[in-house]
Each structure stands twice: as structure tokens, then as C-alpha cells.
Design a protein around this ligand. Sequence first.
Ligand code: SF4
Length: 288
Amino acid sequence: MAPKNTSAARIDPGGYAGSSPRPSQLPGGTGQPTNLNLELTDLCNIKCRMCGQADNSKVHNLQPNSFMTWEVWKASIDSLTSYPDEVSLCPHWLGEPMLHPEFDRFVRYAFEQNEGNRLFRHFKLHTNGSLLKDRSIDTLLDCANMDSMAEDTFRFIHFSVDAWTPQVYYDLKKFDYGARVYRNIIRLLERRTERGLRWPYVTNAFIVMPENQHEAGWYLDYWKRVFERLGIDFEVFYDWPSQLVDNLYFRRLHQADQAAADRLHRIVLDRLGILPLDAAGDFVEDSF
Ligand code: SF4
């Protein structure tokens, strides 16, 4: 399979920057989009081996005061009306945003206030997917497909999956949630299809590591079958998804020995048949 990152079809790496100017660019702005992370919580319910956050014991100690309050969220969202630059909003930074007990209410509020993209131009969700219940699936689908703002406002949900077998999922994340994560993502895709909706697209991310590298092909085959069963077009990327499409993202690990991580990443890409080489046989760097 050839790599699909073509410059003609590129969007912004990471899916953050705006694809069009904010409708009402205000005086005093820089003219550059702002990535705004309003962190609903810094807690997380799993312990990914590649995440610094996972080593902090406080992150797994569920305390009521570890969640953003409604007052702070509402005031933050409302204040965007006077923010001078285009905003790309993400309700997460280091924690798992769906741990927030009022996740649905918070996200709905933001979208209901965003008529004509007056507050934010884009919205993106990163999640481990383990807490994605039917109610939240419908919240996310409702918000992503509202007629009151640009149709590409909520383009992607990025799922950190990283494993195919439950055992490797457990080894990497210390919780046995692998099967649940798969079910939740498939349910989202099914529900989006049942409702005849387009947005948001799904990124199923697989960070290539020594512990999971042998599963990359199985991961690709499995999700290929899921997408085909549902009649969904998809692409395979080796860097941040650069087209508006459901996708599998085989991501390289960032670590102290970066050369080793890069080598392993390229070995796996080669095995999958998506190693991007130029005419001289050199690796084609994208936005790394
Ligand atoms: S799900 Fe995200 S925040 Fe939680 S441990 Fe994994 S990478 Fe870190």
C-alpha cells in the first residue's frame, strides 16, 4: 500500500490550524490561529508506558476537585467571543477528558454557543476511548454535525489504541480495557453510519514500540475489515493524518533514543508496505 500523504490533499498536521479565517477576525489579533487546550482534567484511568503523565501517582487518585468546574468552563467558552484570533479548541492536555463526570454537558454547551464559529473554528478530541459510552457517542455526533457552524468544525477524534491483542494492550497500559476500546470505536463508526453522518472522522493511532511492533500488521488487517464492513473509506498514515478521512495512524515513538525509535518505525512501515521513500531511496520526512 502506498503512503497517502500527498501535498495536494494536505490539511494541517495534527488537525489544529484553521482551514479558513475566522468569520469575524477581531482587531488586535496576530492573524495566526491559536491552539487552545482547556483541560477538563489532568487525571487518567490508564497508565500508558509512553506517557509521562502515567508515572504521576496523583493522576490516578480520583478526587472531586480534580475536574474543571462548570463555572470555569462556561466563562472560558464565553470569553472566546472577544478573543481576536481564530481558535482551535481541544478539551484535553495531559489527562483523559472523558473522565470528567459532565463531559457531555460541557461539550454540548461549547457547540451550542458556537453559532457561525463565533467562538472557535475547530474542535478536536484526543481520548483513550475506554470511557466512550453511547450517550457520549451521540453527543459527539450531534455536535460535529450541527448546521449552525462550518461543517468541518469538528473533524477528528484521535483514539490512542496502540495494541491489537488484549495482552499487549494490558502490557502497555496496565489496564485490561483493550476489548472495550475496540467495541467503543466500532460503535461510534456504526452509529455515525446508521445516522448517515459524516463527522467526526476517526484516527486510530498505533504508536510503534518494541512491545507492539509485531501486532502492526494484525491491527491494519483488523481495522481494514471493520472499515470495509461498514463501507467506510479509510487511509493509512505514517505521520499526522493529512486528509479528511477515517484513518489508521502508525505513529513513531518519541523517546530518549530517538534514532532507535525511528529505525523501528521505518521497519514496521516497510513491513506494512507504506514506507515512504523518494526516488533516491531516502525516507520522505513529512511534518516530523
Ligand atoms: S491515555 Fe493519554 S493521558 Fe492517559 S496515560 Fe495514556 S497517553 Fe497518558
